[in-house]
Ligand binder design. Structure first.
Ligand SMILES: [Fe+2]
Ligand SMILES: [Fe+2]
Length: 129
């Protein structure tokens, strides 16, 4: 459902691989949303959010290290975007997830896909140029 597409490729292998993993996590959220066999998804939701936090932190650091190594000039707008993402994800970590699990998952999957596609196309693809 949510996956890496040709148009998202930056041409920098490690970045493309890490983006694939981020789409795979987005897909995990979607599968959790559509899974009818888990009555209480709270623990799974928290698990996928933590996975997401860990992996994005890893990916953003990796990307920022690379940009500073090559002297990329628009590193600041990247850092602002990355910090904004982390802040939004941290905002998801609230008590009302438990009460509104379906809504939380819907919001999360929509946020992830929109953010990833937009950031990759508007920002990450420029790094290789
Ligand atoms: Fe990225
Ligand atoms: Fe980025």
């Amino acid at each position: 459902m949510y996956e890496m597409k040709q148009e998202y490729l930056t041409g920098i292998d490690f970045i493309d691989e890490e983006h694939s993993k981020l789409f795979a996590i987005t897909n995990e959220v979607y599968e959790l949303l559509t899974n009818q066999f888990i009555p209480d998804k709270y623990d799974y939701i928290m698990k996928v959010i933590n996975e997401l936090k860990d992996y994005t932190k890893y990916h953003f650091n990796h990307e920022e290290d690379y940009m500073s190594r090559i002297g990329y000039r628009k590193i600041l707008s990247q850092k602002v975007d990355h910090a904004d993402f982390i802040e939004k994800i941290n905002g998801f970590n609230s008590d009302n997830i438990d009460e509104n699990q379906k809504e939380a998952l819907l919001k999360l999957v929509d946020f992830l896909n929109t953010w990833l596609v937009e950031h990759i196309i508007k920002r990450d693809k420029m790094i290789a140029e």
